[in-house]
Design a protein around this ligand. Structure first.
Ligand code: GLU
Length: 365
């Protein structure tokens, strides 16, 4: 196998994420030719002793074959569609991989499974055992139980969590676009390389359908992982050899990883999308100087979060950091402006006198 020139280290373990638009068609039928091409490329990687995990969307869209989703995006409908679509999709995956003598597993995960330490350990053990036995794990969000609070938000984010959890070296995000474009795709080629730390202000050229994440979300996902020292490639699912195209033929946009992996970058990769804590000037200054966040410095709490979640920090409307919280959103609301010595009077089983410990804090947006 002749690796793309941009790789400095040869990947040993790769996560590939495919979206609903590649796996299924508008009417909900499965895109069988694509699954065939994908399985062939993955079989080639396996022959080269590279471990592969697949994060696949498409359950909800595949369920449309059976029940009409209607116009309203009700959670119960999405869950019902996913429960129908997921086994249909897995049956097809099993069939195409069997041609290459590869066994696949179905691993349905929620945000909780990758965040909660004990569950993360179990999830990792299971995935490592599968990889060791030559299986290709096929992962999706556990949509039929994942409601907002425990969902990872979208499968790009799930792929980030998985790549981190199983210590992959590379994530491939396949999408409709041939990569990241800074000018209209009709007039230009996608960027070949994004260096670590390079800021990207991407113009919008229309949203991909029918999955949840657009290109901006993919770039955000990519940058979370490059901070953790992992390579990310955003490329098209439409190439005849979609995986080999980006690993061998320089297709897609290649995000170079950080050489110096920041310890706290892991925290940033876990952030919950809607959870926010706003702080006053005193807390803001203390946090920038490596302090912890005390409840007394909090001014506003928004979104839902549990103890241990990663929440964004805001000062004057600007996000400046993220951290793992000691209290959930209801408790945090009660603790706004409260002195640390008073916490126990309000929350009887308070686990801490801090809202966020400095060790669990990441400064940066
Ligand atoms: N888990 C969802 C599905 O399988 C898709 C989520 C997404 O598009 O990111 O349909």
């Amino acid at each position: 196998m002749k690796w793309r020139k941009h790789f400095e280290i040869t990947p040993q373990r790769i996560v590939i994420k495919v979206g609903s638009a590649s796996v299924s068609k508008d009417d909900g039928s499965i895109n069988k030719p694509f699954l065939n091409k994908l399985s062939k490329d993955i079989a080639y990687l396996r022959e080269n002793n590279i471990q592969v995990l697949l994060v696949s969307s498409g359950a909800i869209n595949t369920g449309r074959q059976v029940i009409d989703p209607g116009k309203k995006k009700e959670i119960a409908t999405q869950q019902a569609l996913a429960s129908i679509g997921q086994p249909l999709l897995m049956a097809e995956y099993s069939r195409v991989f069997k041609k290459h003598k590869i066994i696949v597993s179905q691993n349905l995960l929620t945000h909780e499974d990758l965040r909660n330490k004990k569950r993360l350990m179990n999830t990792r053990n299971c995935l490592f055992k599968l990889l060791k036995n030559g299986v290709v794990p096929i992962i999706n969000e556990n949509d039929s139980v994942a409601y907002e609070e425990i969902s990872s938000g979208d499968n790009d984010q799930l792929a980030v969590l998985v790549a981190d959890a199983i210590e992959a070296d590379c994530l491939i995000l396949l999408t409709e676009a041939r990569g990241v474009y800074m000018e209209s795709p009709k007039l230009s080629e996608p960027m070949q390389i994004v260096n670590f730390g390079q800021k990207l202000d991407i113009p919008t050229f229309g949203k991909t359908k029918p999955g949840r994440g657009g290109i901006q979300m993919k770039v955000t996902a990519a940058q979370k992982l490059t901070r953790l020292g992992k390579t990310v490639i955003i490329s098209s699912f439409k190439w005849p050899k979609p995986i080999r195209a980006c690993l061998e033929d320089n297709k897609g946009t290649f995000f170079r990883p950080s050489h110096k992996v920041e310890k706290k970058a892991r925290i940033a990769s876990l952030v919950k999308n809607d959870a926010k804590i706003s702080v006053d000037k005193g807390a803001y200054v203390a946090l920038l100087q490596n302090g912890s966040l005390l409840p007394v410095g909090m001014t506003k709490i928004s979104g839902k979060f549990s103890r241990g979640d990663c929440v964004r920090l805001y000062y004057k409307g600007e996000c400046f950091g993220q951290g793992l919280v000691e209290f959930n959103n209801d408790e945090a609301k009660k603790l706004i402006g409260v002195k640390s010595t008073e916490i126990k009077k309000i929350i009887k089983d308070a686990p801490s006198q801090l809202m966020i410990h400095r060790d669990n804090l990441y400064i940066g947006d």
